[in-house]
Design a protein around this ligand. Structure first.
Ligand SMILES: *[C@@H]1O[C@H](CO)[C@@H](O)[C@H](O)[C@H]1NC(C)=O
Ligand SMILES: *[C@@H]1O[C@H](CO)[C@@H](O)[C@H](O)[C@H]1NC(C)=O
Ligand SMILES: *[C@@H]1O[C@H](CO)[C@@H](O)[C@H](O)[C@H]1NC(C)=O
Ligand SMILES: *[C@@H]1O[C@H](CO)[C@@H](O)[C@H](O)[C@H]1NC(C)=O
Length: 511
């Protein structure tokens, strides 16, 4: 049996269920439990993640890939651990592998009238000549949200340490039909066939609702608003961090937003009133710059990027691996948090009522992670299969109700259905779970459903953590394969000594 430091590990397994076409369900065999063993006492750093990026403190934002390095910018309040009213800056870290990170000086700090009260979220765009440009929201001297531009002081500096904010900022002042504090989060820009750049900016338009507005420019200096928004979310209030990108489909290149005539696109929005990230596939008209979702028009009923605790995600295109990478923010939740669940409370209560200890015919089965020796503390990541109208439905849950014996910790059951036809998959479902001290991140059915949770178990201070596979249903489940890896601790936010040599190696490999 493998010995693992189970405070930081990754587990992947396929479960194989045999589903007959009759109403009852049967299992291939009734093997359950693969049990693994000790972890370390982790002392005061026990909830700090080992391989999930954390800045020295505070919020995260705005990634890009440039010249062999991943750059990550994040909201950083130099004056405290809360959001703060002023002085919000852009912290800056770089990495060659998205795992180990090196800290640099703050990239943007309030210094001018157009950002005197804070440098808020924004996005990087890589221009055709390879140099980056940054658009960000400044809180100006009057307290208005305005959009600003910044360029690297020396585009040949591989670390892009210093950024310059031109005198002509702000490039987009707050429009008359939008309240001063409802206008923010410029997206990465994309180039239209007409040679103009486009960005989406989140806003709440007076008497209309949450919107992603389109601005066009040929030079990043003069921006003109398109009369129609990209998308208008009548039902939702303020939205944040809009993101538009093409879907990878056979014969269609992934990459920058406007690429590929006929490509379908994904629109993602973070909705403030539910504190959730939603996305939908739809068609983007790259002449009118409008987006029509293929789904319901209330964005709060779109799919969620994550059915746990993630907000304000941002994606970027990584040309070195020809992939889109998405960053989400899973903030601390060890103090009592609000009810995050409006809009999906039905499924959530299903996971609550039918928790890991309530047997059914098929399931609950899955993993118990961060489990104490006496099982007083454990986090269950599990599936249940239901039959409904001659179809099987797969429910995936992460139940935090027993994750910690501490009081005052947010311990909801999270859950969602997995959008898959289990019969067409020969009754096999996969689960991949990443455990990182206080983060339990699970990808069910090949990532169709993601649930990220923050857990705060007490036993890890001086006890071992255990990992179990369990089946509490009456039917059998076969574990067709199970792999578990102990994860090393990543280097996060050390000084970038020797990084340039390393990055030139990776650049050589990348091209
Ligand atoms: C911003 O920082 C300056 C200098 O440290 C400080 O005087 C000021 O009070 C801060 N502003 C806010 C709103 O925290
Ligand atoms: C810009 O950065 C490059 C690479 O680090 C350096 O060689 C050059 O001297 C820098 N230019 C200026 C004006 O600082
Ligand atoms: C974490 O996020 C939730 C919403 O996702 C929010 O209610 C809570 O206040 C946040 N906690 C902190 C410490 O920022
Ligand atoms: C399985 O069911 C038993 C009996 O109800 C219960 O004691 C146990 O905690 C359950 N297992 C899990 C993982 O919830």
């Amino acid at each position: 049996m493998a010995r693992l430091s189970l405070a930081a590990c990754a587990v992947a397994f396929h479960l194989c269920l045999l589903i007959s076409s009759s109403a009852s369900l049967r299992w291939l065999s009734d093997k359950s439990a693969a049990v693994t063993t000790p972890g370390h006492g982790l002392g005061h750093v026990r909830t700090r993640s080992a391989y999930h990026f954390q800045p020295a403190k505070n919020w995260q934002n705005g990634p890009m890939y440039h010249n062999g390095l991943y750059h990550f910018f994040y909201q950083y309040n130099p004056d405290g651990v809360t959001w703060g009213n002023g002085n919000l800056s852009w912290g800056h870290s770089v990495s060659v592998d998205l795992v180990n990170w090196f800290a640099l000086d703050a990239a943007l700090q309030p210094s001018r009238s157009f950002d005197a009260n804070g440098c808020w979220s924004g996005s990087a765009t890589i221009l055709p000549d390879g140099s980056p440009v940054m658009l960000y929201t400044g809180i100006d001297a009057r307290g208005d949200q305005v959009q600003n531009v910044a360029f690297p002081k020396n585009a040949s500096d591989p670390l892009l340490v210093e950024w310059v904010k031109p005198e002509y900022n702000p490039v987009i002042p707050v429009p008359a039909d939008i309240k001063r504090d409802d206008f923010r989060d410029p997206s990465t820009a994309w180039l239209g066939a007409d040679g103009l750049w486009r960005i989406a900016v989140a806003a709440r338009v007076h008497d209309v609702g949450g919107a992603t507005l389109i601005y066009r420019s040929k030079d990043f200096l003069r921006w003109e608003r398109n009369a129609d928004p990209l998308y208008l979310a009548h039902a939702a209030g303020m939205v944040e961090c809009p993101d538009l990108f093409p879907v990878s489909e056979p014969g269609v290149e992934v990459g920058l937003p406007a690429s590929g005539a006929g490509a379908r696109h994904v629109l993602k929005m973070s909705v403030m009133d539910t504190v959730q990230d939603y996305y939908v596939v739809g068609s983007y008209d790259d002449t009118a710059d409008t987006f029509v979702p293929e789904d319901d028009d209330d964005c709060r009923s779109w799919r969620r990027l994550d059915y746990g605790h993630v907000y304000a995600s941002k994606s970027f295109f990584d040309p070195s691996k020809n992939r889109r990478v998405l960053w989400g923010w899973a903030n601390e939740s060890d103090s009592v948090a609000d009810d995050l669940v409006r809009g999906w409370s039905g499924v959530q209560s299903l996971c609550g009522e039918k928790g890991a200890s309530v047997p059914g015919s098929v399931g609950p089965f899955g993993l118990l992670v961060m489990a104490s020796g006496d099982m007083q503390e454990h986090t269950a990541v599990f599936f249940r299969v239901f039959r409904q109208n001659d179809k099987y439905k797969v429910l995936m849950c992460t139940d935090l109700s027993r994750s910690s014996t501490r009081d005052g910790v947010y311990k909801p059951p999270y859950g969602a259905f997995v959008d898959m036809d289990i019969e067409a998959h020969s009754g096999i479902i996969s689960l991949r779970t990443l455990v990182d001290h206080s983060v339990v991140e699970s990808f069910g059915g090949g990532g169709r459903t993601c649930i990220t949770a923050r857990v705060y178990p007490d036993h890890v201070v001086n006890g071992n953590s255990h990992l179990y596979v369990f089946n509490n249903g009456t039917g059998a489940v076969k574990v067709s394969s199970l792999d578990a890896w102990e994860m090393a601790t990543a280097t996060v936010n050390v000084l970038p000594d020797g990084l340039i040599a390393a990055s030139s190696v990776s650049r050589a490999q990348a091209y």
